[in-house]
Write a protein that binds this ligand. Structure first.
Ligand SMILES: [Zn+2]
Length: 404
């Protein structure tokens, strides 16, 4: 089952009854966290057993289903807490600070046509929440194959979970293998008798990160005498950075997937688990901040949602191996990969070639066959055309650009 949370803004302020409900809910969550810690239980059912009676007493009029979902929220907070404790971190007793509540799908009604939520507060008292519905939201509301999951209510917005069964991935006609780099995804589209270089450029992500990093550094220095202000300002900076980058990553992922879907391609990515590098501290900082994994996550879940097959392969040595003779090189300086056997190729494309070959040799790319020798000339002509991608969109996030 796949779940997608969609954020809706509210047309007007939250009614005061609902505000009180959020406060009660938060109180119930925090109380049950304490009760759970005392009784050493974390599961929802166990919490219900431990604490339900007292709560019923304290919140006699609260809708019972909300109370149960408060236990569920408390359970997940406790699980995270337990994990942190197990890792040996010292931590305070957790509590929920933000005003929020969660309602299970039977505990609210959403009219999908008008976008009005009917939320029960207690017996005989319901509130209506009018959602702001845009075209983007319509896509989810009108798609009746999606069922409704839980509802999260926050003071200024609500999050509705839409659910569907994972569609079966199609049988691919072609394969796109992508090597993830700091400023681009580079790779190949191979299928039938075509083999073309593809590239998704996102030079501005690294620039944004650098800029925010510098800004935070400066803030910390300037506000060194005031830790609290410094922390708040840095947090705000971090949130802005996160939003700006996430937005761009989604754009990149969307265009990659649209491209793949149009050609019924499978996507081959590096498996970044256990990715480590032995470079300088500065480079390592940049690499760890560059959200490769985040991009992969976005691509993977969107692909799952659309039924596009994604294959992940071990990237070990993919940037150092010659796809023709199999020699492994020790240095990989420069933008071009050169081998003693005469093979030479753009470094990134070469890496994606190796990824593709790994996928094929493991039988993960269907019955596709491909000989890298046939590709070389094409690729030499294609890549690094000046401003190939940057021009197409003002925000610098191009789609996967195809060059023939
Ligand atoms: Zn070679």
């Amino acid at each position: 089952m796949l779940v997608k949370g969609v954020v809706f803004c509210l047309e007007s302020d939250l009614p005061s009854e609902a505000r009180f409900l959020l406060k009660d809910f938060r109180l119930a969550v925090n109380n049950s966290i304490r009760a759970g810690l005392q009784a050493r239980v974390t599961s929802r059912n166990a919490l219900v057993g431990v604490a339900y009676k007292d709560f019923r007493h304290e919140h006699p009029r609260m809708y019972a289903k909300h109370l149960v979902s408060a236990f569920e929220v408390a359970g997940s907070v406790l699980k995270n807490h337990r994990r942190r404790v197990r890792k040996g971190a010292t931590c305070r007793i957790p509590f929920v600070k933000r005003l929020m509540m969660k309602a299970e799908n039977q505990a609210y009604k959403l009219d999908r046509r008008s976008g009005v939520i009917d939320l029960p507060i207690r017996a005989g008292c319901h509130v209506e929440l009018r959602l702001v519905v845009s075209q983007y939201h319509r896509k989810y509301l009108d798609d009746m194959s999606l069922s409704l999951g839980s509802l999260t209510v926050l003071p200024d917005r609500v999050i509705v979970a839409f659910r569907k069964d994972a569609p079966k991935p199609y049988v691919p006609d072609s394969v796109i293998s992508l090597d993830t780099n700091e400023r681009s995804l580079d790779g190949l589209l191979v299928g039938g008798d075509v083999a073309k270089a593809v590239k998704a450029d996102f030079p501005d992500i690294a620039i944004i990160q650098q800029r925010h990093h510098d800004r935070r550094k400066r803030l910390q220095k300037k506000k060194a005498h005031d830790r609290r202000t410094s922390r708040n300002l840095c947090r705000r900076e971090g949130a802005r950075e996160h939003r700006r980058i996430d937005y761009r990553l989604h754009q990149v992922a969307n265009s990659v997937l649209k491209f793949a879907e149009d050609r019924r391609s499978a996507i081959v990515l590096e498996d970044l688990k256990g990715f480590k590098s032995k470079r300088s501290k500065e480079v390592n900082r940049r690499m760890s901040m560059w959200p490769r994994r985040r991009l992969h996550q976005i691509i993977e879940y969107k692909a799952q949602w659309k039924g596009i097959p994604v294959v992940k392969v071990d990237p070990r040595n993919s940037s150092r191996t010659c796809p023709i003779c199999g020699r492994i090189q020790y240095s990989r300086m420069g933008t071009e990969f050169k081998c003693e056997c005469g093979w030479h190729m753009d470094r990134h494309i070469n890496a994606s070639l190796n990824l593709l070959q790994t996928a094929i040799s493991k039988g993960m790319a269907g019955g596709l066959r491909f000989s890298p020798g046939a590709f070389q000339h094409d690729a030499m002509m294609i890549l690094y055309e000046p401003a190939m991608a940057a021009r197409s969109e003002p925000n610098g996030t191009s789609g996967v650009a195809e060059v023939t």
